[in-house]
Design a protein around this ligand. Structure first.
Ligand SMILES: C=C(O[C@@H]1C=C(C(=O)O)C=C[C@H]1O)C(=O)O
Length: 287
């Protein structure tokens, strides 16, 4: 048998896999319809464990890892499909947002960062001593937005601002890359409601990752399955339940108000430990 004969057989097997894949996805669709009626969860890790165990029993040991990787991937795409279908079948998108732009007349910012203010007249900006105070001013209605440096080349990301957004339920609504004497930084404007406009091309999220092998890679492949480009990702440690854990912050090149991205965020909300949206915005100057 030469290479072309073997390839003919591979093509035949691929055809069979394709037919079986379509049949399996039809079954996944039926599962999604039943679960939508009973409002049951899509992701059933116990059932997936049982499937992997059953299907790898008696298999040649050198193929067990490869087959496990394949069946896991098949179940991941089956879940992806089910999340999309579920959002069509029932209203269960777990995040609220408005499509009305924020009106910003009185932004607040930390005094030392006032030099970065380009879009508002500096004498109209309320200056305070800390990010905490910026958040208080917004919550008390004394300011309608906050402005801060979220990243700077050569320095890194601002933990303080990321944590403030997450803890105080504030959302980035605009981002601008500034170039100033060889220094490049991203300056964001944030408000107390999640606003999603058609011009937005960035979504910032924060999630905790289950502490087991492959969990971050499965989340990243989930994002890429939706055809979404990840424009930034970083992690930060935190202490929970007497152990060392990580929070991940990621920026996606996407707009929330689309069918696919709503399905992705729904899937992430169900399959990460904790998901928060930290903003929807256009990033001016970053292409
Ligand atoms: C199809 C189901 O939903 C999900 C997908 C599975 C699969 O593709 O086999 C298995 C379990 C669930 O995580 C199900 O619950 O049976």
């Amino acid at each position: 048998m030469d290479l072309s004969d073997v390839r003919k057989n591979i093509d035949r097997v691929d055809g069979e896999i394709r037919r079986l894949f379509v049949e399996r996805m039809t079954l996944a669709d039926q599962v999604a319809c039943i679960k939508a009626k009973t409002e049951d969860k899509i992701y059933k890790p116990d059932r997936e464990e049982i499937i992997i165990k059953k299907q790898t029993e008696g298999m040649k040991p050198e193929l067990v890892r490869e087959y496990t990787a394949l069946i896991k991937r098949i179940m991941e795409v089956s879940r992806k499909y089910q999340y999309g279908r579920t959002l069509e079948l029932r209203q269960c998108f777990p995040f609220e947002y408005t499509k009305v732009p924020a009106v910003i007349l009185k932004p607040a910012m930390v005094r030392e960062e006032l030099y970065t203010c380009e879009d508002y007249s500096k004498d109209k900006v309320i200056t305070v001593a800390s990010y905490e105070e910026v958040a208080d001013y917004i919550k008390e209605g004394k300011a309608d937005a906050g402005i801060g440096i979220i990243e700077e080349v050569g320095i890194g990301v601002s933990d303080e601002l990321h944590n403030l957004l997450a803890e105080k339920e504030l959302y980035i609504t605009h981002c601008k890359v500034q170039e100033d004497g060889g220094v490049r930084r991203k300056v964001v404007t944030f408000v107390d409601t999640l606003v999603v406009l058609p011009s937005h091309n960035r979504v910032k999220i924060m999630f905790e990752c289950p502490n087991h092998s492959g969990s971050i890679s499965s989340i990243l492949s989930m994002i890429s399955d939706y055809g979404v480009n990840l424009t930034e990702i970083h992690s930060r440690p935190f202490w929970k339940d007497n152990s060392w854990n990580y929070k991940f912050f990621a920026e996606l090149n996407a707009n929330i108000d689309t069918k696919e991205i709503r399905a992705l965020l729904y899937q992430l909300s169900q399959e990460t430990e904790y998901l928060k949206i930290l903003g929807s915005y256009a990033c001016e100057g970053d292409f």
